[in-house]
Ligand binder design. Structure first.
Ligand SMILES: NC(=O)c1ccc[n+]([C@@H]2O[C@H](COP(=O)([O-])OP(=O)(O)OC[C@H]3O[C@@H](n4cnc5c(N)ncnc54)[C@H](O)[C@@H]3O)[C@@H](O)[C@H]2O)c1
Length: 250
């Protein structure tokens, strides 16, 4: 018996990094995974490798910052599988800026993907999750906890995700919904590999965002925690967050 046998789990950001590893992990424990991402090619590749391996997966292209796209995605998942047991909001974007140079358009884009995307997914999924007494796992970041230079937009968006998580958790707690967050730090994914520090960044400040040995953990280290918080094993944890950061913020 797998923890996710006969459970339908929708995972955003499933085309890469932590979302991809989470889809693979939950599938390996018997879950039916609805793999959602803005990158069609990548998300289809993830879903088809799961299917090739004997799992059940559906790939859906969706821009989580677009309400119509979010609505259509959840509707398609429900139409196909008839229920939703868990929602894992993992899609996200990162940018580094000197705060004085950060345009409102760029701030808005990060908020739309990282924060509005989580809110809109929750709004569409919660009615279905209430029927199954389901689980929400939101991806925040150690950036939500402080001391990450050049990430005004990203840190603000992740701080908002943490607050949103607690609000949803308490608001629906009496109805059986379970909502928690994860704060990863230093995970080796394309997001981190592709990030460029802003011009003139004083790299001494990197000591606040990196472990002293520079170690980056694989996305599978976070995927196991996503699976835990999306499962019955976490049923008595409500509105909390788990740091998966190798002790960075300890
Ligand atoms: N890697 C880390 O160290 C780290 C640390 C803290 C938090 N996180 C968070 O973990 C999550 C996953 O990041 P990752 O490191 O795996 O990065 P990643 O770039 O490998 O994966 C992010 C995925 O989100 C998708 N995505 C981006 N914008 C989207 C949109 N508008 N709609 C739908 N999908 C979209 C991308 O296509 C990509 O597949 C993010 O929310 C990120 O902020 C990562």
């Amino acid at each position: 018996m797998g923890r996710f046998d006969d459970r339908v789990v929708l995972i955003t950001g499933a085309g890469s990094g932590i979302g991809k590893a989470s889809a693979q992990r939950i599938s390996s424990e018997g879950g039916i995974v609805v793999c959602v991402d803005i990158n069609t090619e990548q998300v289809e590749a993830v879903a088809s490798s799961i299917v090739t391996g004997g799992g059940e997966a559906l790939a859906l292209t969706c821009d989580v910052s677009d309400q119509d796209s979010v609505r259509a995605t959840v509707a398609t998942a429900i139409e196909k599988y008839g229920k939703l047991n868990a929602l894992c909001n993992i899609a996200g974007m990162l940018r580094f800026d000197n705060t004085l140079d950060l345009s409102l358009q760029d701030f808005d884009r990060v908020m739309r993907v990282n924060c509005y995307g989580v809110l809109m997914m929750c709004q569409e999924a919660i009615p279905h999750l209430l029927e199954t007494k389901g689980f929400i796992v939101n991806m925040a970041s150690t950036a939500a906890l402080g001391s990450h230079a050049w990430t005004a937009a990203y840190s603000a968006s992740k701080g908002a995700v943490l607050s949103l998580t607690k609000c949803i958790a308490i608001e629906y707690s009496l109805l059986g919904l379970n909502c928690n967050a994860i704060c990863p730090g230093g995970i080796e994914t394309p997001m981190v590999a592709g990030a460029n520090l802003p011009e003139g960044a004083d790299e001494r400040l990197l000591t606040k965002v990196m472990l002293p040995d520079g170690y980056f953990a694989p996305p599978e280290d976070v995927a196991g925690v996503v699976a835990f918080l999306a499962s019955d094993d976490a049923s008595h944890i409500k509105g909390d967050f788990l740091r998966v950061d190798g002790g960075l913020m300890t």
